[in-house]
Design a protein around this ligand. Structure first.
Ligand code: 89V
Length: 359
């Protein structure tokens, strides 16, 4: 796609979409143009349209038929993702879709297949790896300061009331792993590479939720590293680090530890340095959400840059299938009480590549 403003339509104007709307507005100087908004709830659509000074729609097909859009950013609940992605792909509009990608592997694979067949750019808005502290961890690993990473702990433990702003989470069939563990699994891939096998124990510690609110996962990575990946919405901690991800990574020459407050300690060859990699508080962000909000902004910036340069996003649809395969493998590991090889990704991507369609 040529340099120049990328005209973006945002579909979904709910709680989390506000971050995307602000992000696109903030990125105007970098070539983003928020062109239109859409929500099936007319009130939400109109409010967003008024606040951001763009036309609003209650029907995505009408928005796409009326507006000249280069990209859509789908920030609706995941059960609507497949239909909306397929609509955008049919219109040959670059598509960004909120995590989790879709309710089932079959849906995710079908979306990737449709996009690849139509040569439409597709990315999943998986944003945790774009948060400033996580980028910093990756840079330290790449610098060689800790040597080769061989062990890690990736942790998200909170009791913050996420249900207040997202009450639908009470009724999700898959909760902790699908909603937040998915970020942790993506980070484990980002830091230590692809996964050979995964085991998982789930718990439902809050009786008010339908699904698991806690997951403790053990991953063996293909390069030989081992990681513990954990998440819960049912921790009683003081201070509560929400929505921060805490990290420990050990290599043969040192270690990286990220504690609450994005406080980072890097030990390299016996010398330790400390740094605070805080996320800036912007005019539209608020404590403590600013950590996640900054990640959403940085993810949008990355997508915009990729669209301008005509290259796939780090979290392309195809790439995100690998994270999604880990989510499915974790649930299966918990249900079957054994380690699972997330081979589904290979098989299914082979099927897509061979034109045999989604499983
Ligand atoms: O970013 C997210 O996925 C949010 C939260 C940080 C609460 O998991 O749903």
């Amino acid at each position: 796609m040529a340099r120049g403003a990328i005209r973006i339509g945002v579909i979904g104007c709910g709680f989390y979409a506000q971050n995307h709307l602000h992000a696109w507005k903030d990125l105007a100087n970098e070539g983003a143009m928020l062109a239109a908004v859409c929500d099936v709830d007319a009130g939400k659509a109109q409010t967003a349209g008024r606040s951001f000074g763009v036309p609003s729609y209650t029907d995505a097909a009408t928005m796409m038929a009326t507006e000249r859009l280069d990209a859509v950013d789908i920030v609706t609940r995941h059960d609507t993702h497949r239909a909306l992605c397929e609509l955008a792909i049919a219109k040959r509009v670059a598509t960004i879709v909120q995590k989790p990608f879709a309710p089932t592997w079959k849906d995710c694979a079908a979306i990737v297949e449709a996009a690849e067949k139509a040569s439409v750019w597709l990315a999943v808005h998986e944003n945790f790896r774009f948060q400033a502290p996580m980028r910093h961890v990756r840079r330290v690993i790449d610098s060689g300061a800790i040597g080769t990473p061989s062990w890690a702990r990736v942790t998200f433990r909170t009791g913050f009331d996420v249900f207040r702003t997202q009450p639908y989470l009470y009724d999700e069939e898959r909760l902790a792993i699908a909603d937040v563990g998915i970020h942790m699994l993506d980070l484990a891939r980002f830091f230590l590479g692809e996964v050979e096998r995964i085991s998982c124990e789930t718990q439902r510690r809050n009786p008010k939720v339908r699904a698991e609110d806690t997951a403790t996962m053990l991953l063996r990575h293909r390069g030989g590293a081992v990681s513990i990946v954990e998440c819960t919405y049912e921790a009683r901690r003081d201070p509560d680090p929400f929505p921060e991800t805490l990290i420990e990574i050990e290599g043969d020459r040192g270690s990286i530890v990220v504690r609450g407050g994005s406080h980072m300690r890097v030990t390299s060859n016996g010398t330790t340095t400390e740094e605070d990699i805080g996320s800036p508080l912007l005019s539209w962000t608020s404590h403590p959400w600013h950590v996640a909000q900054e990640g959403a902004l940085s993810a949008c910036r990355h997508f915009l840059d990729c669209l301008h340069r005509g290259i796939p996003a780090e979290t392309s649809g195809r790439d995100n299938l690998k994270t999604y395969a880990l989510v499915d493998a974790a649930y299966r590991a918990a249900a079957e009480g054994r380690a699972i090889v997330p081979e589904r990704w290979n098989e299914s991507m082979g099927a897509i590549a061979n034109g045999r369609g989604a499983p």
